[in-house]
Design a protein around this ligand. Structure first.
Ligand SMILES: NC(=O)c1ccc[n+]([C@@H]2O[C@H](COP(=O)([O-])OP(=O)(O)OC[C@H]3O[C@@H](n4cnc5c(N)ncnc54)[C@H](O)[C@@H]3O)[C@@H](O)[C@H]2O)c1
Length: 428
């Protein structure tokens, strides 16, 4: 295999979302990059230097030297393909591999001898070689490990995190052969100053990613379970954590709503893999059960305090975590759903999100500004600790609570403030 690692190296990045776009941008500073996304709208926005995910800067998109297309036939001959398409679960929480498979079919039609196909999408061990490799072989008529080569490099970027960016984090790489692993180390090393870890095999690299996220999920589930136990005793988890964290080896996890594209999804990939091997993944799935039920738990806790009367409730924050616009798999939707099902009227305010996305994905409409205090609420919930809410200060939002109503601060952000007796301050 002869692949020259210089600026003439042709790399196609397949899928320009949260993962693919920053990667394509970083690669385009070093190589001959083609960015492909099946969404014509996404390509049009990127050509206009707009990244609706807010993960890249407009100036960088404007100055990028690359080719972008939504038409597979425009991708042309390449040396390396990097697949960064979503890997969601079905409504039954079973891995949905249809997008990595369809991306593999597109790559299969373009594949030439000597090409390398790297997957970055989060999968369970075996998907790259056994599922995608087979599709690539079938469509291209070429033999994996002989005519073309597979690789895997898990992505670790974190939406909204401008510190741990693709050029600053350790990149795990693994190829089908040592030569491919070394080539991938050189390619990725160009964008992050050589900060590479060579995993022993593709399956090892796949497993490393999926356990990183499952580990996080289980730790948060433990916090959520402890929260439920402590709240039943009228003890705040936040107060308990302040004390427990003074021990040097206490792990600093917090309770909360585990949503998004990764932490709330990837453990199901691991569980599916375990079950296919005849293993019953008890810890992984019980963690998922607790975290998936947390939206309903939070709603029930508030409704117990509110009493039987249905009322008006304001929810502050709809994203799956703070300071981003990402609403994929947000568990705030579960909280809203539980409150509405019980008959409450729920208003939602989140200055970070695109209101049209919330309508399209959840059928919910958003307020376009903070409501006036003239029409106060029975309860105001700080569901996402966006910086902008914290900076605006507690008084702005407590001023929206009716006398005798509830300010429900899920994250305990305003726990240390001395609250007036005109409303009830509730936290976990
Ligand atoms: N978002 C994260 O922070 C993150 C972090 C680590 C790993 N991951 C993993 O990376 C993968 C991608 O996630 P994401 O967050 O970037 O997803 P995303 O939804 O932001 O973007 C995926 C893009 O792929 C496009 N696409 C879908 N099918 C395609 C196809 N067949 N060919 C070309 N483009 C296609 C979509 O139009 C979309 O623009 C997932 O497996 C995810 O689990 C995500």
């Amino acid at each position: 295999m002869t692949v020259r690692i210089d600026s003439s190296l042709r790399i196609a990045v397949m899928g320009l979302g949260y993962v693919g776009l920053p990667l394509a941008l970083a690669l385009a500073r070093n190589f001959n990059v083609t960015g492909f996304d099946i969404s014509a709208g996404r390509i049009q926005e990127l050509n206009n230097a707009i990244d609706r995910n807010g993960e890249t800067f407009s100036a960088d998109l404007k100055s990028a030297s690359w080719r972008l297309t939504h038409q597979a036939e425009d991708i042309g001959e390449q040396d390396v393909f990097i697949v960064t398409v979503p890997t969601p679960v079905t409504p039954e929480n079973v891995p949905d591999l249809s997008l990595v498979i369809s991306a593999s079919e597109i790559v299969g039609r373009l594949l030439n001898k000597g090409n390398i196909v790297v997957f970055e999408s989060t999968v369970y061990p075996g998907v790259t070689e056994d599922v995608c490799g087979s599709v690539l072989e079938k469509i291209s008529g070429l033999k994996s490990g002989q005519d073309f080569y597979l690789g895997y490099s898990p992505e670790r970027i974190n939406p909204g995190d401008h510190v741990h960016t693709v050029d600053k984090i350790t990149k795990v790489v693994a190829g089908q052969t040592d030569q491919v692993t070394n080539l991938l180390a050189e390619i990725y090393g160009r964008i992050n100053g050589g900060n590479i870890f060579k995993a022993k095999s593709i399956k090892t690299a796949e497993a490393s990613k999926v356990i990183e996220n499952a580990q996080r999920d289980i730790n948060v589930a433990f916090m959520n379970e402890i929260t439920q136990i402590l709240n039943a005793m009228d003890v705040s988890i936040h107060d308990v954590l302040s004390a427990a964290r003074t021990k040097w080896n206490f792990l600093p996890f917090r309770p909360g709503l585990v949503g998004g594209h990764c932490i709330g999804v990837d453990p199901y990939y691991l569980a599916h893999c375990a079950e296919s091997l005849g293993h019953d993944p008890q810890v992984i799935l019980s963690g998922r059960r607790i975290n998936d039920g947390m939206g309903a738990y939070l709603a029930t806790r508030l409704m117990t305090e509110l009493g039987d009367q249905a009322g008006r409730i304001l929810v502050l924050g709809f994203t799956f975590k703070e300071n981003i616009s990402d609403i994929r798999n947000t568990k705030v939707a579960d909280l809203v759903h539980s409150l509405k099902t019980a008959g409450h009227v729920v208003d939602i305010y989140d200055p970070h999100v695109h209101a049209d996305d919330v309508v399209a994905h959840y059928g919910l409409s958003l307020l376009d500004q903070i409501p006036e205090p003239t029409h106060p609420y029975d309860a105001v919930i700080l569901s996402v600790g966006h910086r902008i809410f914290i900076e605006q200060g507690c008084q702005i939002f407590s001023g929206l609570v009716k006398p005798g109503g509830i300010l429900y601060d899920i994250h305990g952000i305003w726990k240390e403030i001395s609250h007036p007796h005109s409303y009830h301050y509730l936290t976990l």
